[in-house]
Structure formats: C-alpha cells, structure tokens
Design a protein. Structure first.
Length: 368
C-alpha cells in the first residue's frame, strides 16, 4: 500500500511539526518513532514522550484505505532533508517494513507495531475552551520564558504558570531570583483556572507557534492541558504543586522611577558584562539626577564604566544586579522605552513598559 505520495517539502513540514519532542535516547525504543495512522485519505501523525503528545492531520496522497504503523521519526526526517524540496517522495508498506522512495533513491525502514505505541490517556473532564490568537501566546511566552528555572528542586518553578480569569490570560515565570509577568486580553470570559506548564512543553510551544493571527484553543484539566492550533493537537501533563503568590513579589510603591531607551541600556549592560567574572556576573548601577553609571570589575582587577544621560530627579541609589538577568529581560522586549522603579539599594527593582500594565519584571539585587 502507498501510505503517502507528495513533495518532500510537504512531508518534511508535517513530520518536523511533531518530531520536536522525540527523544534520541529513550528507555522505550518505540518513543523514537512516529505513529502513522491512515483512515481513508486522511493521515494522522502522532509522537509522544509519555508526558507530551503531539498529533497532526494531513492529506498527502497515496492509496485510500486504513493502515497503521510506527517508524523512526528522525531517520525519516534526515533522509528527507537530503532531497530537494520539489522532489516527489512516497512511503510504501511492505510486510513489516516501510519503503521510502524519492527519485532514484530507496530506503527500507524498520517498523514497530502501532499497538505498542503508548498514547497519552486524555483527561475525562477538561474545563471550558477559550482561545487567543497564536501570535499573542507566542508573544506572551517570549516575554516570560527566560525567567523559568532549570532543573530546580522546587519542581513547580521549572515551568510557566498560566492564569485565565475573566477576560485576562496571564503568564508568570520565576526562578527565585527574578520573576516575569505578562498578560493579554481574551475575547470571552472564563472562570478562574490556574495550571503550571512544564518547561519542555513551553519550549516546544515556542517552536511550533507562528506569528499568524489564527486562533489557538486551550483547555485545562486537573493534570493536563490541551492546545489546538492549525492542524496540530498538543496534549501535555501539568506540573503539580503550588506556584508562589506572584502578586506579593511585585513591588507596588517604589517612589524612584526612571524611563530610558531600552537599546541604549541593553548595549551599556552588554559592554560592562564583558568585564564581569563568569561565575559572578555582578554589575553596579549608580543612579543620580541626570546620570546612570553602570560599572563592573573582575578578579584580575579589570574594570568597565559606562555612563548614560537620563531624565531622573529622584534619590541617588547604588544597587548591584546579576547582569544576565537584566540583559535577558531587555533582550526579550521589542519596545523602545523601558521604565525601572527602585526603592533603595537593597530592594527588588521593577522593570515595566511605560503606559502598560501587561508586562512586569522583578529582579532581586545582588551584593557586590
């Protein structure tokens, strides 16, 4: 049976959309495979790592009929990548093998039984569905994902908190040293729901989401979340645990505030970061009326000092930060201007966008 027959670019795009979660080394060999299910003319491709499952549907020619198998996802992708985009390729079943043909090349691939493929058991009772444009969620993830923890023993920090309430969708990430918050308006009102999406899920969503206006539908259950966008259906386990109360962390009444150009500040920090120690990424910020001085030094007694003219009339403050935390936040923004609010040299700084309540970034100071 000819399972599919289409141009290389179409087949490759479909396989790459589901193959991001496929692990190279896994205790279950079948998890290196993609489950291919043909019903009539419709083809369904499914991958899983036992925690995340991605499924997409496509019509890619071939014979009409019912057929299922699993084949190594990365091998098929690597073979397809070596062929030109307009090359017609076909996948044919032959006993317990699959033949991949393109031009004058043919590859015989080992398959494993589809019945052995461990599909994620979907939750019985998902909450109400709500949707945002794909590009909105992609933008929100980009604003907070850098602040996620990496392999923290506080496992609930290794991900992003999604809060849907009323007409607002908010995303929060923190690693204990900094916290990023971003929100956007939705079209419909939803009852309050809070879930923590695992880090791997967040990174995969960032890879798959496009800047298109097309709607992305979300549904949350107790231990699962489901996202549908384009031809993709994405089911993921959630992180159990209680996320910290982020509202208590965000400073409310810092009385010293300065608004300055984002790119100028970012360039200044990137310059002074060169003279910091790899392990100890500290920079000192001296803020006084009309002037911001950024300084750093390292164990070799090398120093960097960079000065920016600013419009500021508040208290003189000296405060230290991990320079990476400031660079990460500024690099994730697109706006021209940024606002920094400070109380004193020992309190967290609040970075926001002028005239916007939709983004907040809190960073703890560092003793230098």
């Amino acid at each position: 049976m000819i399972v599919l027959k289409a141009t290389q670019d179409k087949v490759l795009a479909v396989l790459q959309s589901v193959a991001g979660i496929v692990e190279r080394r896994h205790t279950l060999p079948i998890l290196a495979n993609v489950l291919i299910r043909k019903t009539g003319n419709a083809l369904q491709f499914t991958t899983s790592d036992l925690e995340v499952q991605i499924r997409t549907t496509a019509e890619l020619g071939g014979d009409t009929g019912d057929f299922t198998t699993t084949v190594n996802a990365r091998k098929v992708i690597e073979v397809l990548r070596t062929m030109p985009g307009d090359q017609t390729v076909s996948l044919e079943s032959s006993q317990d093998k699959l033949l991949l043909k393109g031009g004058k090349s043919r590859f015989t691939l080992q398959t494993l039984p589809a019945a052995d493929f461990p599909l994620v058991q979907e939750a019985a009772n998902f909450g109400p569905a709500f949707s945002v444009p794909q590009k909105t969620l992609k933008h929100l993830l980009g604003q907070v994902a850098f602040a996620m923890a990496v392999q923290d023993i506080r496992y609930y920090l290794n991900g992003i908190l999604f809060v849907a309430e009323g007409k607002t969708l908010s995303l929060v990430a923190t690693d204990g040293h900094r916290l990023a918050f971003a929100s956007a308006e939705m079209d419909v009102e939803v009852p309050k729901q809070e879930v923590i999406l695992p880090r791997k899920t967040v990174l995969e969503l960032q890879r798959l989401l496009s800047d298109a206006d097309g709607a992305l539908e979300m549904r949350f259950a107790n231990n699962q979340a489901k996202f549908c966008f384009g031809a993709l259906e994405f089911v993921t386990k959630l992180v159990e645990g209680k996320f910290p109360d982020y509202n208590r962390v965000i400073p409310r009444n810092h009385h010293n505030s300065v608004t300055l150009g984002r790119t100028a500040l970012l360039a200044s920090l990137q310059r002074t970061a060169i003279m910091t120690t790899d392990k100890f990424k500290g920079v000192r910020l001296n803020i006084e009326p009309g002037l911001l001085r950024v300084a750093s030094s390292n164990a070799e007694q090398e120093e960097a000092v960079d000065e920016l003219d600013i419009d500021y009339g508040g208290d003189a403050i000296e405060i230290g930060f991990n320079v990476s935390y400031l660079i990460d936040a500024l690099a994730s923004m697109e706006q021209d201007m940024v606002q920094i609010a400070l109380a004193d040299g020992n309190s967290s700084a609040l970075v926001t966008l002028p005239d916007s309540q939709n983004f907040k970034y809190v960073v703890m100071p560092m003793r230098i």
